[in-house]
Design a protein around this ligand. Structure first.
Ligand SMILES: Cc1cc2nc3c(=O)[nH]c(=O)nc-3n(C[C@H](O)[C@H](O)[C@H](O)COP(=O)(O)O)c2cc1C
Length: 170
């Protein structure tokens, strides 16, 4: 798919038919995350593919936003491997994991796999439920799958501000 089609086609899917994501498609999605840039190339992302009934139940225990997806990816990062920027006010953890997640969500759209970025949960609670190491922080959950019949973008998908409202030329 052309890049501009990928960007246009992606939307937040909030009703899945329950099928797990095809292995080849999932591999391509994960590979797009692998190729994402990270500060100093530290690659501190940690990716968890959640598909077992037991692990999906743990997701359900922290968020109502699985929407019937049977494949959920948690994008986390190793807090001990982040790059701290000069001034020491910020580090790369959230940024790097966000870039990885964005690569993956666009790769999903390219594969005609529907997705939704989920942050409606307490990341500490989820990390505990999934028994992640102490040094890992979860950035987001990515619902992945195939839209149920009749499901589609919400109305706000096409409601975007004009460039003039968000872009300034200095
Ligand atoms: C950072 C981020 C967090 C989000 N968290 C949630 C969430 O927890 N639950 C949910 O149903 N949708 C969530 N969404 C989806 C948004 O509601 C949706 O992306 C937005 O309304 C625009 O719609 P579109 O993606 O279809 O264009 C999130 C999206 C982003 C980018």
């Amino acid at each position: 798919m052309e890049f501009k089609e990928v960007v246009k086609n992606r939307y937040s899917c909030k009703k899945y038919d329950g099928r797990k994501v095809d292995r080849d498609q999932l591999q391509k999605i994960l590979e797009a995350g692998r190729l994402a840039p990270t500060a100093k190339n530290l690659q501190e992302q940690r990716i968890y593919v959640i598909e077992s009934e037991e692990a999906l139940a743990k997701v359900d225990s922290v968020t109502p936003c699985r929407y019937g997806a049977s494949t959920v990816v948690a994008v986390a990062f190793d807090k001990n491997r982040v790059f701290t920027y000069p001034g020491e006010k910020r580090d790369s953890g959230i940024e790097d994991a966000t870039i990885v997640a964005t690569h993956m969500i666009l790769a999903a759209a390219d594969e005609n796999v529907d997705s939704c970025w989920i942050n409606f949960f307490d990341p500490d609670q989820l990390a505990k439920a999934l028994e992640l190491p102490e040094n890992e922080e979860i950035l987001m959950l990515m619902d992945l799958g195939y839209a149920a019949e009749g499901a589609g973008p919400l109305e706000n998908h096409t409601s975007r501000k004009e460039l003039e409202e968000t872009v300034s030329y200095l």
